[in-house]
Design a protein around this ligand. Sequence first.
Ligand SMILES: Nc1ncnc2c1ncn2[C@@H]1O[C@H](COP(=O)(O)OP(=O)(O)OP(=O)(O)O)[C@@H](O)[C@H]1O
Ligand SMILES: [Mg+2]
Length: 268
Amino acid sequence: MLELVHLSRRFGETLAVDDANLRIEAGEMTGVIGRSGAGKSTLLRLINRLIEPTEGSILADGVNVTRLRGRALREWRARTAMIFQQFNLVNRLDVLTNVLIGGLVRVPAPRMLLRLFTDSERMRAVALLDRLGLLDVAMNRADELSGGQQQRVAIARALMQNPTMLLADEPIASLDPSNAKLVMDALADLNQHDGITVVCNLHTLDMARVYCRRIIGMAAGRIVFDGPPDTLTESALLAIYNETDGAVDERISRLTPKSSTQPILARL
Ligand SMILES: Nc1ncnc2c1ncn2[C@@H]1O[C@H](COP(=O)(O)OP(=O)(O)OP(=O)(O)O)[C@@H](O)[C@H]1O
Ligand SMILES: [Mg+2]
């Protein structure tokens, strides 16, 4: 169980995350939604310790993650693998090597520099590529793949770390609908069959509704909604998407009387 306690992160004048208090149970699949700048990426980066909190703490099964240093910190980062919108593969390397690189987070530096992989690492990487439907392209250069394939390679690479949690920051924002579905299906499968906790920042609400049993809504750094998708009422959506931007407020008020929330969201 992961617990965020009064967690805040300030960048100059901006409170990117403002007093977040959350409990995420092992095995959950949670979607984080909110407008651009709401603090979604900062929240995930805080959990992974890519950035440090200004205040508050993160507890994992009672251990204060915010205090971890050295090897224990590297282990935490491996356990909470991140997936990014832009995949971050090494383009000139083949797919299999890209996946193998994911396993290097725990190996000593000399072996890492020489890129020496053991047979069991290779077998595991191949099995992960097979699981994600990518065996046919294992020897292709990463940049020869479609965006959806590249994101699934990035997921396989993350799985080489043996994570207990996947932190996916807008994993489908650069993908067409069919590739987006393949990637979300892969995340859902890992959640359901392997019990991997998934926290996923999503721009589109429909994807969050379909794939996540819990949705966290952020606005201006604060968590303004936390509940199952069917409790996302129009007023909850206004709290999430209606910040101080007057133009957006006006659009929402013009569109709100039309009962359905979909047209509002399509324009945000
Ligand atoms: N490294 C940084 N330095 C300065 N300000 C930052 C930094 N990272 C984030 N911010 C600011 O913190 C706020 C939250 O940013 P964040 O990237 O977490 O939002 P987001 O919800 O992920 O937005 P998007 O949907 O555009 O990805 C924004 O105002 C942003 O400008
Ligand atoms: Mg972001």
